[in-house]
Each structure stands twice: as structure tokens, then as C-alpha cells.
Design a protein around this ligand. Structure first.
Ligand SMILES: [Zn+2]
Length: 316
């Protein structure tokens, strides 16, 4: 499977989003092969190319015990390589890009496995003044070879936002949103409370108005009863109490009006003496009864007055 970094556009996108570079899985294969040193080419910045692969040369068979040292590795067409070619030692070398190699002691045939080699001093001189220094071991050279094969990080595209920045922004946005939601919730609650307060106030006002209306209506009953009494008294109706005075008019009044008026006086007494609060319908009926009896009595008394006037006139 290909690494995401092998798809250039996708790799760029990942870089821009600030993803850390992931382990590069390339076609880089570690190979150590036999080579004829006349068949290699040289990278001017160091490195020996063979079979399309960049690496180094080293002697896989060496007089380790004799020199009490391991061979050096080569990455230039240095004096040693040239001497080897001149002397026909074409096949004493292997080409490798590995971190570690195996060496055999030419004298006693002893094997030294997985050895890290140091760079040849002549090669080091060849590379002096070059930007890239391979003044290091096979381990380091291997790493630099591996690194070379990875696509260079895209210098045109600097990450616009890093992953951390993105995370921070998301967290910030989330906090802002939560704050706004809390504020909205508070506002809604306040509005609800205000609304409830207003409704309660309106209900209270309505209740007060209702009580006032009722009180006014009750006061009207008391006033009408007083008016009735005054009317009776001014027409010489005597006796203790409004009912008694009204009874003196029983024969002159129509039956229904008289009975209704008595009931109305009972209601009026209960209001005045017992704090009775009659229902709405009783209030209007009582008022009506009192108004009717007052009207009828007015007619009666007016009629009497005229008759008296006539009588007086006749006597004169
Ligand atoms: Zn060398």
C-alpha cells in the first residue's frame, strides 16, 4: 500500500493541516550486493550509484585481525578506490545502502556480523567543502539515504493552521457557543418570569376591578334602598323599618313588584349587616326590583298628589 505522502496533493493537504509527518514507507530497500567497482558511478555530493541505487562501497573481505580494525566505507572515487581499480581488485568490494554489514576476516575466515563502518579518510577529504558531509558512519549514511528518498517537505505550503491551533479554535468556539446558549436560556427564563409576573399582575388587577365593580354594584343597592325609604318617608309612610313602611303600600303596588321589593330589601339588609356578597345575577335582579318599586311608587304618589289637588280644588 502506498503511503499518503506518496500522493503529492494529499501530502500537501496533510502538511497544510499541520499533520505530523508519518513514517515514510517508500521503495527504499536495503541491499548489499556484489559489485565490480568499474561499473559504478559517483554522486558529486557523495554516494556511489550502482544498479540505480545509491550507497557505498566497502571491502567485505578484509584483514581484520591483521590490522586490528574494520575496513572503511567509501562514497567517492577516492584514492583507495582508484588504487583498487588500478591494481585489479575489482571484486573485493560490495555495494550497500545498509546501516550494518557483515565482514569476513580474510586471514582466519572469521565473520563479523552487523558491523557499523566509519567513512574512509580519503573520501572525507574529497568531500571537504561540500555542503553535505558524510563524515559519519554507515548507520548515519544509511539514514541520510533513506531521508533523501522521502519527498522533501513542501516549502511552498506552510501549514496555515496547525492541528493544535485548530483544536484550540474548536474549543474556543465551543465555549462561546455554550456561553451564548446559557445567556439565551437565562433570557428565556427571565422573559418567562416577566410574562408570568405580568399575567399575575393582570389577574390581580382584574380581581381588584371585579371586586370594585361588585362593591359599586352593592353600594348601588344600598343607595337605591335608601332612595326607596326616603320616598316612603316623604309620603308619610311611618313604622319601624323599611319593610314595615313598604308594607303600608302593599295594596297599592302590584303583587309581583311588592314581593320582589321585599326580597330586594332582604338582600340589602344582608349586604349591610352581614357583609353578604350576592352573586352577579342577584345584584342585577335586586337593583332592578328596587328601581321598579321606586318607579311604581313615584307614579302612585304622583297620582295621589294630583287627586288631592283636584279634591282641594273642588272643596274650594
Ligand atoms: Zn574512500
Amino acid at each position: 500500500m502506498k503511503s499518503p505522502y506518496e500522493f503529492p496533493l494529499f501530502a500537501d493537504m496533510l502538511n497544510r493541516l499541520g499533520f505530523p509527518p508519518i513514517e515514510y514507507i517508500s521503495d527504499f530497500k536495503i541491499k548489499t550486493v556484489d559489485v565490480d567497482i568499474r561499473d559504478v558511478t559517483y554522486d558529486p555530493n557523495g554516494g556511489i550509484i550502482f544498479d540505480g541505487r545509491k550507497g557505498y562501497l566497502y571491502m567485505h573481505s578484509y584483514r581484520i585481525s591483521h590490522y586490528n580494525d574494520l575496513p572503511r566505507y567509501h562514497i567517492t572515487n577516492c584514492e583507495i578506490i582508484q588504487k583498487s581499480i588500478n591494481e585489479g581488485w575489482y571484486s573485493y568490494y560490495k555495494h550497500s545502502n545498509a546501516e550494518y554489514v557483515d565482514i569476513i576476516d580474510r586471514d582466519n575466515k572469521k565473520s563479523y556480523y552487523n558491523q557499523k563502518l566509519e567513512l574512509c579518510s580519503k573520501c572525507r577529504k574529497e568531500l571537504a567543502g561540500k555542503k553535505i558531509s558524510y563524515d559519519l558512519t554507515t548507520e548515519d549514511f544509511h539514514k541520510s539515504l533513506k531521508k533523501e528518498q522521502q519527498p522533501a517537505p513542501s516549502s511552498e505550503f506552510k501549514p496555515l493552521v496547525t492541528l493544535e491551533e485548530t483544536k484550540r479554535q474548536i474549543a474556543e468556539e465551543r465555549e462561546k457557543r455554550i456561553e451564548a446558549e446559557q445567556e439565551a436560556q437565562q433570557a428565556r427564563q427571565q422573559a418567562t418570569e416577566e410574562h408570568e409576573k405580568r399575567i399575575k399582575a393582570e389577574q390581580e388587577a382584574a380581581e381588584v376591578a371585579k371586586k370594585l365593580t361588585k362593591a359599586e354594584a352593592m353600594q348601588e343597592i344600598v343607595d337605591l334602598a335608601s332612595k326607596l325609604d326616603e320616598l316612603l318617608k316623604s309620603n308619610k309612610r311611618e313604622g319601624s323599618g323599611l319593610k314595615v313602611r313598604l308594607r303600608s303600600m302593599e295594596n297599592s303596588l302590584s303583587d309581583k313588584v311588592f314581593k320582589d321589593a321585599l326580597k330586594a330589601i332582604d338582600v340589602r339588609n344582608k349586604i349591610s349587616h352581614e357583609g353578604y356578597q350576592p352573586p352577579k345575577e342577584q345584584i342585577s335582579k335586586t337593583k332592578q326590583s328596587l328601581e321598579t318599586v321606586i318607579a311604581e311608587l313615584n307614579d302612585i304618589f304622583a297620582g295621589n298628589y294630583i287627586q288631592n289637588l283636584i279634591k282641594k280644588y273642588r272643596q274650594d
